[in-house]
Structures are given as C-alpha cells and as structure tokens.
Ligand binder design. Structure first.
Ligand SMILES: [Zn+2]
Length: 277
C-alpha cells in the first residue's frame, strides 16, 4: 500500500496497545504495531474519559500527525463520573487544536434496549434523555471553546438537528459515518456539517449499499472526508492504512471521480476542518 498521495483519517479510535477500551467505534480484533505509517493526518477519538490520557499521549508524541478528540460517546453517556465536564474542559484547554469527540446520539437497539429506534419503554427513554444531556453539555463546550465537534448519529437525525439548532456550532463540524437520507444530509450541511465515510460504510453486507453510494455522491466536494473508524480491528498501522486506502477508493468510485484528484481534495478538506488553528 504505497499510493503517491497522502491519506488522512478523519475518524478513528485508540487501538488496544494504545490504551483504548476498544470497541465503541468499530469491530474488535487483534493486531499489533503502532504509529500511523503512511498516514499524513488522523483524528483519534476518545469514547469515554478512560481514553483521554491515552489520546493525549498519542497527540503529544506525534503532534504533526495526530489530532486528538476528547469527549463522551453516546454509548458511554450513562457511565460518566462526577466532575467530567470540568475535566473535559481542562484537557481541551491543554490541547488547543483538539476536537470534541466522539459525541452524539444513538437510538439504535444496541443503546436503547429492545425498544430500539421505534422508542418504547421508560428505560429506553431515560437512556436517550441522558445521551441528549451529555451531548448538550459537549456541544456547548465546543461552541464556547471554538472547537470542531465530531458527531455520531444513528437513528436520531431529528433529535441531533434540534440539538444543533439549540447550540449552533461555532465552526464546521464532522458528522461521521452518517447513514441517513440525502435530505437529512442536506439539512446538516446547512448547519455546517462535513461528512466522513469508511470502506466498511460501502460494504455489500450492509443494507442498501446503492443508497449509501448515492448519499456519498450527493455530498458537496468541499465537505467530504474519509475515515477508518478503526478501533481493535485495524490495530496495526499498516492494516489501518490499507483500510483507509480502501475507503478512499470506495468513496471516489461512488462519486465517479479519479482517485488522485479526489484524494488531493480530501487532504485539503481535512486541513481546512482540523488544522485551522
Ligand atoms: Zn467512532
């Protein structure tokens, strides 16, 4: 894997040997190695407070490559420790180029129990209410500190739109792996969204890959990024890089664009979003 252009990973998590808790963003699995060989830039996202120090250490080791994102993932919104808001503010202050992530809303069965996206049940409602509260705090912090927010949204587009209208982001934000409709993507774009997709997003085992390709093709050229969402499965830097290259290939193909021109623009989009400081 040695393309003539540099690749940027707009969204990944800690690998196990980097101290990550593992599976909140992607599949889990083995792997070794470290660093980001061949990857020019990567945004490494925490999923809970337990990740923050390890993400900070990676960013301190390789500031030219790693952009840290500190936050509480919606899957972890129920497990916060008292004082997390203050500690999040402190670690963001230590890293002026850090993003606030991964944050967001997830109404899938996995997080809200058997009720799933259709709602139902006081327990599911309480879980989702907690997600909204944790998101609200983090969007306010991102706005106040002028940071990029890195957003996860599954089966909760309406609620996420409300949250963004209530606390309008101070700057463009990343909506990663979004699998809603073209119309919903347009609404988020008007609110400042940039979008990133992984190779897995296009995989044939997923529901309706044609719809997903059409969604990616509908995104404005200056708003598109590529990600791995890697956690455990692509722990080795080489495997991660290969997955990232596959994402570039799939996204360029979905848009019918030549790979090199596409990659050059994605690099520019990455720089504009994450290296603004
Ligand atoms: Zn993620």
């Amino acid at each position: 894997m040695n393309p003539r252009f540099s690749l940027c990973d707009a969204h990944r998590h800690l690998a196990p040997e980097e101290g990550g808790e593992g599976d909140a963003g992607g599949a889990s699995g083995g792997g070794g190695g470290n660093g980001g060989s061949g990857t020019a830039g990567e945004v490494v996202n925490a999923v809970s407070e337990a990740d923050w120090d390890a993400v900070a250490a990676l960013a301190a080791d390789a500031p030219e490559r790693v952009i840290p994102a500190f936050g509480i993932h919606p899957w972890r919104a129920g497990g916060t420790a008292a004082g997390w808001e203050r500690r999040l503010r402190e670690i963001l202050a230590r890293f002026p180029s850090a993003a606030v992530g991964e944050i967001g809303l997830d109404r899938s069965r996995r997080t809200t129990g058997a009720g799933g996206a259709g709602g139902g049940g006081d327990a599911a409602a309480a879980v989702f209410a907690r997600q909204r509260e944790v998101l609200r705090v983090q969007l306010a912090l991102a706005r106040e500190m002028n940071r990029v927010a890195v957003l996860h949204c599954v089966a909760a587009a309406g609620a996420l739109e409300s949250a963004l209208r209530e606390t309008p982001p101070a700057r463009p934000f990343l909506l990663h792996g979004f699998n809603g409709s073209v119309e919903q993507a347009r609404v988020f774009a008007k609110l400042g969204a940039r979008f990133s997709f992984s190779a897995d997003f296009f995989a044939g085992t997923r529901r309706n890959p044609a719809k997903r390709r059409a969604l990616v093709a509908s995104i404005a050229p200056d708003r598109l990024l590529v990600e791995t969402d890697a956690a455990g499965a692509f722990a080795a830097a080489e495997a991660r890089h290969a997955a990232l290259f596959a994402g570039y290939t799939a996204a360029a193909s979905a848009r019918g664009e030549p790979l090199e021109a596409f990659a050059a623009r994605v690099a520019e989009n990455f720089r504009a979003l994450f290296r603004h400081a």
